[in-house]
Design a protein around this ligand. Structure first.
Ligand code: GLP
Length: 240
């Protein structure tokens, strides 16, 4: 595992894009994340595309997760997030982008078909943020390391943390989500995990410094992955 500390989110994001670019070509498959964490990385991707240095025409992407119970048109849906923060600004073919279909009438079927899609794909680089409780994707503490795609009941702390995107009102935050499982994340060839702010510090400590690999802190499984880059700002650095 490579652990890299930067003064700011911006600096870490610039470096994360350099790492990403060194690991992919224009035919690669990306695993993408949402939330506040990857926004500056996506800005770097857009800027480099606009400068004519990289094309997404043949790139495929798979997103980690999506809320259950809000429409894709909701400004906080992860479908909308991806359009707004990345897809609408690059030349990616939307047919090559995949986000869990969490507002399907038949959720069980949607879970099955996302699992099939993932099984038939090979993600070259998975981008990850991290929850304060160590969740990756929406794999909350206690999730089996063997889990594939599933619907999850979000933990209270996650609902609280994400209420900042829903006018600070926990009642407006969806209580469930559909997520890739730990097993799916671990299949990626390379993983780039970003973490910013002091709320992430303890999770980063468990990931980088701790010795335990436990389902109670889902990110700790990444210790078993052969190619992980962890980039943090100094607030998230556990040595602070
Ligand atoms: C969210 C997402 C995760 C994300 C994490 C951190 O709930 N499901 O994929 O990595 O929690 O979010 P943020 O980047 O907004 O801090």
């Amino acid at each position: 595992m490579k652990y890299l500390i930067f003064d700011t989110k911006k600096e870490a994001s610039v470096e994360s894009y350099k790492i990403l670019k060194s690991l992919i070509d224009e035919n690669s498959t990306l695993g993408l994340a949402t939330g506040s964490t990857p926004t500056d990385l996506y800005a770097e991707m857009i800027a480099d595309y606009k400068a004519g240095n990289f094309s997404y025409k043949n790139i495929k992407s798979y997103n980690l997760d999506e809320y259950v119970g809000i429409s894709y048109e909701h400004p906080e849906s992860y479908h909308k997030f991806m359009d707004t923060n990345l897809f609408d600004h690059i030349d990616i073919n939307k047919e090559n982008t995949h986000v869990p279909d969490a507002s399907a009438a038949d959720l069980e079927l949607a879970v099955k078909s996302y699992q099939e899609e993932l099984n038939n794909a090979q993600i070259d680089v998975q981008i990850l943020g991290i929850g304060g409780n160590g969740h990756i994707g929406f794999n909350e503490p206690g999730t089996s390391f063997d889990a594939g795609v599933h619907v999850v009941d979000l933990k209270e702390e996650t609902i609280k943390a994400n209420s900042r995107f829903f006018d600070g009102d926990i009642n407006l935050v969806p209580k469930q989500a559909m997520t890739m499982g730990i097993k799916d994340i671990m299949r990626a060839k390379h993983i780039i995990l970003l973490a910013f702010g002091k709320e992430k510090r303890e999770a980063i400590r468990s990931l980088v410094e701790g010795e335990e690999i436990t389902e109670n802190i889902p990110c700790t499984i990444l210790k078993n992955h052969p190619s992980v880059y962890v980039l943090v700002d100094k607030e998230a650095d556990f040595k602070l």
